[in-house]
Ligand binder design. Structure first.
Ligand SMILES: [Zn+2]
Length: 420
């Protein structure tokens, strides 16, 4: 079994959500340190203050303790306490050449993984062992490819330039990249790429540039009302759940913008305790997306109007918090052509296009930063035939794609092409 698949399966069995990737991140740091890479963790790899949507202290502590008891690398774990789970690993040939940067996201999703015997991870014994959390997007594969790439480079070192891998926590929700960029480790990257498996592309195919990633805003709204007996004094109550429900309808009814890709939706709503109590608190998670930053900003501002309007309508107050967000980015032709050259020697075929709908990824935050500093960037789609769609309990991808992805990355870093 290739190192990529071996690692993918171990990480798949131990999925951790954003900023709680203690086992995952510490093991990555340990492996890369053992392979002789320069490894940065904790506040050397990320800015604590720039994170969004950090889980509460209690959940973070529980995840930390679980990791400590379940194979985390003790050499690095303590530096990650409190959700500092980014890792930046660099190998430098010491010779002139390009500084290449690769983003590998490491977080899982709050999904209960399928137990169906047709689901390969369940059948072959590497289904999630953590209840309600699952690698349902392929980030476990991204980690596996990075590790195998490092192992290959240990056997046959780079002869030009350097490679830095940004292991990014909390990609889901668009929360991690914004905390890594301010540290400055991506300031002098000549060629930056993010690579994502799956996306509806079959094994053996690839896209040198996944265009049209949507800008998005993730919001949490908390409605505050007044509790009351639902029969004796309903008129004294102010129903927070009613405010949330009203807002939900309004958000889903927001008009779309002609000529643009847009999304607006509520993904979670909760509140209240019992049928005979007017609920005094309701919570909502929602998002907007757009194919341009200004389009998304317009939708977000309309959604905020709906939230405050619905609150006023029912005599409530509402607190709105931004818990994540991504921007758009455009690939550079120089980066695209470097990927295409590398793909030829890796034996990969160009895919016809993206067969699935548009998504978002905060790798765009890295891409823009690199580009603003004069570097080139692209977002690569690596074909891996799917057994179930992204972000669902039956998600799984063809692992045979992983060694191919490593071939692509290895050819790229060995090209030694400069981008100055
Ligand atoms: Zn993903």
């Amino acid at each position: 079994m290739s190192a990529a698949i071996h690692w993918r399966r171990d990480i798949h069995r131990h999925p951790e959500v954003g900023f709680a990737e203690f086992r995952t991140a510490s093991r990555i740091a340990g492996r890369f340190a053992d392979l002789g890479w320069r490894v940065r963790t904790g506040t050397d790899a990320m800015s604590a203050a720039d994170r969004l949507g950090v889980p509460d202290a209690e959940s973070l502590d529980a995840a930390y303790e679980r990791a400590a008891a379940d194979g985390a690398d003790e050499r690095f774990l303590p530096r990650m306490r409190g959700g500092l789970t980014a890792v930046v690993a660099t190998v430098d040939s010491g010779q002139p050449g390009p500084a290449i940067g690769l983003r590998a996201d490491i977080d899982a999703l709050p999904i209960v993984e399928s137990v169906d015997s047709g689901h390969l991870p369940a059948r072959d014994g590497f289904r999630s062992s953590y209840d309600g959390v699952m690698h349902a997007c392929g980030h476990d594969g991204h980690i596996g490819m990075a590790v195998e790439l490092a192992e290959r480079l240990a056997e046959r070192p780079l002869t030009a330039g350097s490679l830095t891998i940004f292991f990014q926590p909390a990609e889901e929700g668009g929360r991690g990249a914004r905390a890594m960029v301010p540290v400055g480790l991506a300031d002098r990257i000549d060629l930056f790429l993010a690579m994502h498996v799956g996306l509806g592309l079959p094994t053996g195919r690839y896209l040198s540039s996944v265009d049209g990633l949507l800008a998005n805003s993730k919001l949490k709204a908390v409605f505050h009302g007044v509790a009351a007996h639902a029969s004796i004094a309903p008129h004294e109550g102010r129903n927070a759940l009613l405010g949330a429900a009203t807002a939900m309808l309004g958000i889903h009814a927001l008009p779309r913008i002609p000529g643009h890709e847009t999304r607006a939706g509520v993904g979670r709503i909760s509140g209240g305790t019992s049928s005979n109590i007017v609920p005094d608190r309701a919570e909502m998670l929602l998002e907007t997306r757009g194919d341009l930053g200004v389009v998304n900003e317009h939708l977000e501002s309309r959604a905020r109007d709906v939230l405050t309007g619905a609150a006023a309508m029912h005599g409530l107050t509402v607190d709105i918090e931004t818990i994540g967000g991504t921007t758009t980015a455009t690939a550079d032709p120089e980066a695209v052509s470097a990927i295409e050259t590398a793909a030829v020697s890796a034996g990969l075929q160009v895919a016809d296009g993206l067969p699935v709908g548009l998504a978002s990824d905060d790798a765009t935050t890295f891409m823009r930063h690199v580009q603003e500093n004069g570097g080139k960037a692209t977002y690569v789609g690596l074909g891996a035939t799917l057994a179930g769609p992204h972000h669902t309990p039956a998600f799984d991808f063809d692992e045979a794609a992983l060694p191919l992805g490593v071939d692509l990355l290895e050819s790229l870093v060995r090209l030694g092409q400069t981008f100055a």
